[in-house]
Structure formats: C-alpha cells, structure tokens
Design a protein around this ligand. Structure first.
Ligand SMILES: NC(=O)c1ccc[n+]([C@@H]2O[C@H](COP(=O)([O-])OP(=O)(O)OC[C@H]3O[C@@H](n4cnc5c(N)ncnc54)[C@H](O)[C@@H]3O)[C@@H](O)[C@H]2O)c1
Length: 99
C-alpha cells in the first residue's frame, strides 16, 4: 500500500505507539490521518498537538461502538490498530471489520 497521498485511521492514536505511528505516516506523506481514541489511556493533549498538522483529525470514539468505528473508517485507505490493552475482545472484532 502506498502511504503517500493515502488516508489512514490510527486506533489508539493518542497513545505512545499511536502518536509515533501518526508522525511516521505524516513524514511518509499521508494525506490524512484520523486519530481514533476514547482517551481511556491516551492523552487529548497529545491528539491536539498532532492535530496542529492540518492533515490530522482527532476523533473521540470507542472501537467497541460499531457506528462510531464505521464512521471513522469511511473513505480511508488503511487502518492501523495500535491495540488497546483493554478490552481484550475489541481487537479481534476490529480485525474482522477491516479484513
Ligand atoms: N508503550 C510501549 O512501550 C509498548 C511497547 C511494545 C508494545 N506495546 C503495545 O502497543 C500497544 C499500544 O501501547 P501504548 O503504550 O502506546 O498505548 P496504551 O496501551 O497505553 O493505550 C492504548 C490507546 O488506545 C486507547 N483506547 C483504549 N481502549 C480504547 C477503545 N475501546 N476505543 C478506542 N481507543 C481506545 C487508549 O486511550 C490509548 O490511547 C499495546 O498493545 C501495547 O501492549 C507498547
């Protein structure tokens, strides 16, 4: 998959791993990155800092709530799951949705 010009969702995007991943996507020329996070562990300040780049949109949402997740996944080229450590059942569900 080409990253340059692509649109991506990073779940857990406000986490340590998710924020670094977002920076990598931006450096590789991504056209848009949606940080999808419920801020259970991640920091809204981290998301706000990243969102200073006009290509980044911070979306508060929970991967266990299907409508919120499907809305974020609309018209994106790729999804990166910075896997939340909790709840453990969320990641298999997200993996099935994005196959
Ligand atoms: N931090 C590290 O040094 C490190 C090293 C190796 C592996 N990992 C793994 O990488 C993954 C991410 O680690 P981390 O430390 O960056 O983040 P983390 O596990 O501390 O946080 C995960 C992120 O997901 C968000 N989140 C949690 N539940 C959510 C939900 N239901 N819907 C939406 N967002 C949700 C949290 O708010 C947080 O931003 C974990 O699986 C971890 O085990 C982390």
């Amino acid at each position: 998959m080409d990253i340059a010009g692509g649109r991506f969702v990073v779940t857990g995007g406000a986490s340590l791993i998710g924020s670094h991943l977002t920076q990598q996507l931006l450096e590789a020329g991504a056209a848009a990155v949606i940080l999808f996070d419920n801020y259970a562990l991640g920091s809204p300040e981290v998301a706000a800092s990243l969102a200073q780049d006009r290509r980044v949109t911070a979306v508060r949402g929970d991967i266990t709530r299907l409508p919120e997740l499907l809305n974020a996944l609309d018209q994106v080229d790729g999804v990166s799951c910075s896997r939340p450590r909790w709840p453990p059942m969320a990641t298999p569900r997200l993996t099935r949705l994005t196959k």
